[in-house]
Design a protein. Structure first.
Length: 158
């Protein structure tokens, strides 16, 4: 059990450090690390956000991150933007991710890593997680002893 907790802590720390290194050389945050809104600067709808079709403005995808279970726990997530939140389980986050520039060729990482929580038998287990892109499940983890969570590399469909 101690090994599972140590592994989970190490993975969470590594993920936070790696996702925190997405800033540009000038100290500003890279535009690729922020999820764009579905509206343009003028406040009107963005014509490129109408689906997963590629265009000069990018390729837009609907992403859902989910963690099953009950109680409270921390969830580390990456989907265009990233965060670590203390949440009530079950937890769900829906967002829009737009692939732009190099992401159109290389892809963009999606992940959700839940912290271990105590089950009814007072054992520490890792809640199940799921990543869904455009309505299709692309990653799933139900193994209560697996600290890896769910990860997926979102690539261009065109």
């Amino acid at each position: 059990m101690r090994k599972a907790i140590t592994t989970a802590t190490t993975l969470l720390t590594t993920a936070v450090l790696l996702t925190g290194c997405g800033s540009g050389g000038d100290g500003s945050t890279s535009s690729a690390s922020k999820a764009p809104s579905a509206s343009s600067a003028s406040g009107g709808p963005d014509p490129s956000a109408s689906g997963a079709a590629g265009s000069a403005a990018g390729e837009t995808h609907q992403v859902t991150l989910e963690v099953k279970g009950s109680g409270k726990g921390q969830v580390l997530w990456t989907a265009g933007d990233n965060g670590m939140d203390q949440v009530d389980l079950p937890w769900k986050k829906q967002t829009t991710v737009t692939l732009k520039g190099a992401e159109l060729k290389l892809g963009a990482p999606l992940s959700v890593v839940p912290q271990a929580v105590q089950d009814a038998k007072a054992r520490f287990v890792f809640p199940a997680c799921t990543i869904t892109v455009d309505g299709k499940q692309v990653a799933h983890n139900e193994d209560e002893e697996n600290a890896k969570g769910c990860t997926y590399l979102l690539k261009s469909t065109s």
